[in-house]
Structures are given as C-alpha cells and as structure tokens.
Design a protein around this ligand. Structure first.
Ligand SMILES: [Fe+2]
Length: 222
C-alpha cells in the first residue's frame, strides 16, 4: 500500500464500480467505497486534526502504536484508522481480471492447508461463523506460515504481529443489497474476485520483511 498520513484521502478504487459484476454488484461497490470508506477517512481526519504531532504518522503506525495516542481519540483512531486500512486492503485484494493462485503463496497454502478444498472449506466455514461485524483474514506469521483469522469490527492482524495477505469484509454493508442476510452467496462470489497477483505480492513482501527482521535479530544477538 502507498504510504499515507494525515490528511488521509479517499483513494480511488483500482477498477470501476461496475467492474466486479456479476460477483459484487455496482451499487454495493459504490456505497461501500464512496460512503462507508469515505466516512472512515473523514472521521479519522477529524479526530487527528487537533493533534499535529501525529500528522506524519502512517496508518500502520496509528494502529500499531495506538496506545501512545491521547485517550480521547485512541479508540476512535483505532476504529476509523482500521476502517481505512481494512477497506483499502479489501478493495485492492479484488480484481475484475482473471488471476490464479500461484508462486510462493500457492506453495505455502498447499503446505499449510494440504489441498485447495481444505483451505476453501476452512475459510468458507469461518467466514460464515463470524458473529456480527468483522473480517476474515488470511495472514502470514513471521515464518511465512499462513493462518486464517477472524477479527471483529475494524481490528487488523498487524497488531498481532501477522502480515495480512487477504481480507473478506463480512460487515452486512458489504453484501446486504445483493444477498440480503445470506452471507454464503457473498463469500462464494468474493472468491471469484480475489486478486491472487496482489496476494502473491503481499506474501512475497511479508517473506522479505521477515527475512530482513530475522537477519537484523541475528546481527543484534552476535
Ligand atoms: Fe466494509
């Protein structure tokens, strides 16, 4: 993701609102991006405006070092900063192009879940079971091992020392217009839109970051 700091902007989608049809409908994409994400961006800026000392903090830093923020904006920045991060990540993780699981991510997925069907079923079932609002994440730990992680509201795996690879937004605003309360149809549709090229880039970046951290740790211990 591009490095961003205050004032945060509503980044355009990397495709048109109707590009993910028939999987994700145009109106849902329009409202999700131009209303829901915009509200998180505007709220985050409003909270940070009176605190110039945090205006050069990135989204990631606002999340990772959230406890250092003044108490009156801490939870708001957690919710709205997470809302910006998670939505940007979600939108960039989808594409109208046909992409396929490949490369190092494919190797890791088969290593950690054995078969595509095992991965798909585990992800699908966990996405169905999330109670209330949240996201289901595919994330990598510091050794590159993949985990499926449900998180509530706008929490992110960053604060658990995991690198996010993909996220599925299961807030009702992500699917209610097309699928009503039937989340399963939305989960199946979302699988058709996954940007596996972006997921592979994210996974390779995670491996590189972890390798560098490992080398630094090794250097510091000698
Ligand atoms: Fe959302």
């Amino acid at each position: 993701m591009t490095v961003q700091h205050y004032p945060f902007e509503l980044l355009p989608l990397p495709y048109l609102y109707d590009s993910l049809e028939p999987h994700i409908d145009t109106e849902t994409m329009y409202l999700h991006h131009s209303r829901h994400l915009r509200a998180y961006v505007d709220n985050l800026n409003r909270l940070l405006k009176p605190y110039p000392e945090f205006h050069d903090w990135t989204l990631e830093r606002l999340i990772l070092e959230n406890k250092k923020l003044p108490e009156d904006i801490r939870q708001g920045v957690w919710n709205n900063g997470g809302g910006v991060y998670n939505h940007q990540f979600y939108f960039a993780g989808m594409t109208p192009k046909h992409t396929e699981l490949s490369g190092k991510l494919k190797d890791a997925l088969y290593l950690d879940f054995e078969t595509w069907d095992d991965f798909y079923e585990a992800f699908f079932e966990m996405a169905l079971k999330i109670f209330g609002s949240g996201y289901l994440w595919l994330a990598a730990d510091e050794r590159g091992k993949l985990v499926i992680l449900p998180l509530p509201n706008q929490d992110t795996p960053l604060s658990q020392n995991l690198t996010p690879i993909l996220n599925l937004d299961v807030w009702e605003h992500a699917y209610y217009l097309r699928h009503k309360n039937l989340r399963a149809g939305y989960i199946k549709a979302w699988f058709q839109t996954i940007n596996w090229e972006e997921a592979e880039r994210r996974y390779q970046a995670a491996l590189l970051k972890n390798a560098l951290q490992g080398r630094r740790a090794g250097k510091n211990s000698t």
